[in-house]
Each structure stands twice: as structure tokens, then as C-alpha cells.
Design a binder for this molecule. Structure first.
Ligand code: B4P
Length: 193
């Protein structure tokens, strides 16, 4: 199975690029951000907890997000593969993902890390906020999300670099050009196989 992790700071384009990767490689999409927002929309107890973190720009606690992901894996750990959009975001989540996939005799194939400078990230998220009405797309919360990214999520790059799975992708430019770089990195996996 092809199991892709799409990694990057908030607003780096994970959601945008995952749509294109799904289409090209016929992958199942697992976005923990979207799963949390779904719980919020449905007004569940879990959604209320998630909302209290997301609206402040904090990460939702590991046990909640790992539980959501485990449910998804039970439902859709099937060929041809999966795309993890925004998961893992902490080292604890990264280790949990390896263990969960091992239960299905699976592993992470590649980690595509979208590299975008901070000014560009802030501009993109402010612009999205004007249209999306998302509670986390305002300046104060964006700054908190970026701090959390550097502190808790960025160390995952070293984790995956040590596993030889990290590919850094220039995330500034046209959506199509960025996608082409990603697809070329993924296609290399088939050449090596
Ligand atoms: P997510 O839903 O994952 O979203 P995101 O990081 O904000 O954005 P993404 O990178 O997907 O950007 P997008 O493509 O939309 O997370 C939301 C929150 O949920 C987190 O802050 C956290 O609280 C919680 N959460 C999620 N997963 C979690 C986990 N594993 N553990 C704990 N908590 C978790 O792009 C942004 C904007 O840029 C869009 O408007 C897009 O149109 C634009 N854009 C994209 N590519 C562009 C390009 N090349 N040029 C110009 N603009 C571009």
C-alpha cells in the first residue's frame, strides 16, 4: 500500500494538495482537522472538547486525535493506500501511527513536507479566514498555531528524516507546480520498488 503523510505548518497547503494526490493515486483521505471539524458540526461531546483547543490555536489532545484516526483505519485500511493530511502533529502521534499501521502489516511510505515561509502562511490563512469563517483563521490564533507547530510538530521532521522517509517540497508557487514536485517524489518510490 502507498501510505503518504502530508506534513507542514498551518496553511502550508496540505488540504489543497491532498485533493490532487488522492485523485492521482486513488488514495483514501484521512484529515484529522476535518474529522475534528465534523465532530464540532455534529455537536458531539468530543467536538466540544476539540473546539475548545482549535479555537485557541492549540493542538487537540493526542489521545482524542489518535482515537479518531484508529477508527478511520479500521474502516479504510485497504488498497491502494492512504493519505494522512495533518497527522501526525506530535512525536507521540508519529509513534502511535507506526504502531497502528504495523497491526495491518503496513508502514509509512513517504513524508512530504511542504516548506512555506511564515509571512506567506499568515497571509494565506488570513485570506482563507475572510471566506471560511473558521474560528482558527484570525491573526491571534494563527500566531499561536505557528508557535505550536514549531514547538511540537517540527521535531517530527527529524523523526522521519532518521527513517529516510522525509522529502522537503518547496511549498510556494503555483498549486500545479507544487503538486508536480510531490508527484515526482512519490513516483520515485515505484522506480525504487
Ligand atoms: P488542519 O485542518 O489540518 O488545517 P491547516 O493546517 O490549517 O491547513 P492546511 O495546511 O491544510 O492548509 P490549506 O491547504 O487549507 O488543522 C486545523 C486544526 O485542527 C489544527 O490547528 C489543530 O488544532 C487541529 N488538528 C488537526 N490535526 C491535528 C492533530 N493531528 N493533532 C492535534 N490537533 C490537530 O491551505 C491554506 C490556504 O492557503 C487555503 O486558503 C488555500 O487556498 C491557500 N493555498 C494553498 N496552496 C497555495 C499556494 N500554492 N499558493 C497560494 N495559496 C495557497
Amino acid at each position: 500500500m502507498l501510505n503518504i503523510i502530508l506534513f507542514g505548518a498551518p496553511g502550508s497547503g496540505k488540504g489543497t494538495q491532498s485533493e490532487k494526490l488522492i485523485e492521482r493515486y486513488e488514495l483514501k483521505h484521512i484529515s484529522t482537522g476535518e474529522l475534528c471539524r465534523e465532530e464540532i458540526r455534529e455537536g458531539t461531546a468530543l467536538g466540544a472538547v476539540a473546539d475548545s483547543y482549535i479555537s485557541k490555536g492549540h493542538l487537540v489532545p493526542d489521545d482524542i486525535v489518535i482515537g479518531l484516526l484508529e477508527d478511520q483505519l479500521k474502516r479504510c485500511c485497504t488498497k491502494p493506500g492512504l493519505i494522512f493530511d495533518g497527522f501526525p502533529r506530535t512525536l507521540v502521534q508519529g509513534e502511535a501511527l507506526d504502531q497502528m499501521l504495523a497491526k495491518y502489516n503496513e508502514r509509512v511510505s513517504i513524508v512530504l513536507s511542504l516548506e512555506v515561509d511564515e509571512d506567506e502562511l499568515i497571509q494565506r490563512l488570513l485570506k482563507r479566514g475572510e471566506m471560511s469563517g473558521r474560528s482558527d483563521d484570525n491573526l491571534e490564533v494563527i500566531e499561536s498555531r505557528l508557535r505550536v507547530y514549531h514547538e511540537l510538530s517540527a521535531p517530527l521532521k527529524e523523526f522521519y528524516r532518521n527513517q529516510g522517509k522525509l522529502v522537503e517540497i518547496e511549498g510556494v508557487g503555483s498549486v500545479d507546480d507544487i503538486f508536480a514536485s510531490m508527484a515526482s517524489a512519490v513516483d520515485q518510490l515505484f522506480v525504487k520498488a
